[in-house]
Design a binder for this molecule. Structure first.
Ligand SMILES: Cc1ncc(COP(=O)(O)O)c(C=O)c1O
Length: 393
């Protein structure tokens, strides 16, 4: 056995010891509301399919039609022969939804953040190492993209514009190119970045604003357009409220051309396959008409937050469809998750390093497929662990 293999084993043993070892669970998902694990069924509060579109007939039909017509794979990267004419139509729909001059489809949100940031922060192009002001709770893929460019982020306290302002002032005389990077809705807290103020600072300091709108697109903003209207560059994904898979960047036409020439994730990766493109295209057609679903999800999340707070639980600064219950220690979060599973509710315990130490939590996500009764049942389960299993009907 090579020495490296022993190191990996030791790493796993240490994770076990700290209660931080992760494992894959085999899941069956018969619909957008429930999952099955082994013989047990659960109401699923751990899905990002916020509009319940995964099983929508319009998405299924177009995915199937495009599969029959174009095949299950695209066969090559977009710069070779994978750039089917389907992309142009989808990109103009994305640009219209996000009110931006141009859009570029990428393979996944992680890949987009990792490789778009690497390209945008490239010092050989910019002429100097850029200054990147980054919310400290930004998604791992954002930190990854900054690291891939060799840039050390200047991390500001979560959603703290006073701290961001102070850092920008500290670097006022520095002529290097400046960037601010933030999520709009934070994936583990469900809170919203103060984007108008951040945008004002970006203008004041001649700084490019990059926003990851992954958890807002489709579910928040007018017509589901998300919350990132002011940003220079928006990255988002089709894997959450839009129900399927893939990602996008919206930006200026020049930046789109630059990314086609410099973004490794686009250049060196196979184009999204036709079934995914069909589902994306159908979801983009549907999203503007889903105001009733968006209002339903908002009401459910609010109902849960109120009920959870009444019961003494800490839901942090959540104001969206993502609601954490911050438990603190890892074992407290795991115990709560287990307790809910025992009565038929699936809620994932999220532990460090995904969230900061001592803030382990349940991350609950409400979707259009849930009912008020699901939320009330979940609330009762939080304070009455001895309840019988919920009825899924
Ligand atoms: C804020 C944020 N950005 C990007 C991603 C990655 O998106 P995808 O699942 O499409 O790779 C996620 C998903 O976990 C996310 O929460």
């Amino acid at each position: 056995m090579p020495g490296s293999e022993r190191s990996y084993g030791a790493y796993l043993a240490a994770r076990d010891h700290e209660g931080l070892r992760r494992a894959l669970t085999s899941i069956e998902a018969p619909d957008a509301r429930t999952i099955r694990i082994g013989d047990e069924a659960y109401i699923n509060f751990a899905s990002n399919d916020y509009l319940g579109l995964r099983f929508h007939p319009a998405l299924l039909t177009r995915a199937e039609a495009w599969t029959e017509r174009y095949g299950v794979g695209s066969g090559a990267s977009r710069l070779v022969t994978g750039n089917f004419d389907l992309f142009a139509g989808i990109e103009s729909k994305v640009a219209a939804l996000k009110q931006k001059p141009a859009a570029l489809i990428m393979a996944s949100g992680f890949q987009a953040n990792a490789s778009v940031l690497q390209a945008l922060l490239d010092r050989s192009v910019l002429g100097a190492e850029p200054l990147v002001f980054s919310d400290r709770l930004n998604h791992a893929s954002i930190h990854f993209g900054c690291a891939a460019s060799g840039t050390r982020e200047l991390r500001y306290r979560h959603c703290d514009v006073t701290h961001l302002d102070a850092l920008l002032h500290q670097h006022r005389g520095d002529a290097r190119p400046k960037f601010i990077v933030t999520e709009s809705v934070f994936s583990m807290d469900g809170d919203v970045a103060p984007l108008a103020e951040i945008d004002r600072l970006a203008h004041e300091h001649d700084t490019m604003l990059i926003v990851d709108d992954a958890h807002a697109t489709g579910i928040l903003g007018e017509g589901g357009r998300g919350l990132s209207v002011e940003a220079d560059v928006v990255v988002g994904t089709f894997s959450k409220a839009l129900g399927s898979f893939g990602a996008y960047v919206t930006c200026s036409a020049t930046l789109r051309e630059y990314l086609i020439n410099r973004c490794s994730g686009l250049i060196y990766s196979t184009a999204l396959p036709p079934p995914a493109l069909g589902a994306i295209d159908a979801a983009l057609d549907l999203v503007p008409s889903l105001d009733a679903e968006r209002a339903h999800v908002k009401d459910l999340a609010e109902r849960f937050r109120l009920g959870a707070k009444e019961r003494g639980f800490d839901t942090g600064a959540s104001m969206t469809q993502i609601v954490p219950i911050i438990a603190g220690g890892n074992s407290a979060a795991l115990t709560l998750s287990k307790r809910l599973r025992g009565v038929g509710y699936f809620a994932m315990a999220i532990r460090p390093p995904t969230v900061p130490a001592e803030t382990a939590r349940l991350r609950l996500a409400f979707t259009a497929a849930h009912t008020e009764a699901d939320v009330d049942g979940l609330l009762s389960a939080l304070d009455a662990p001895a309840l019988p299993r919920c009825a899924l009907g």
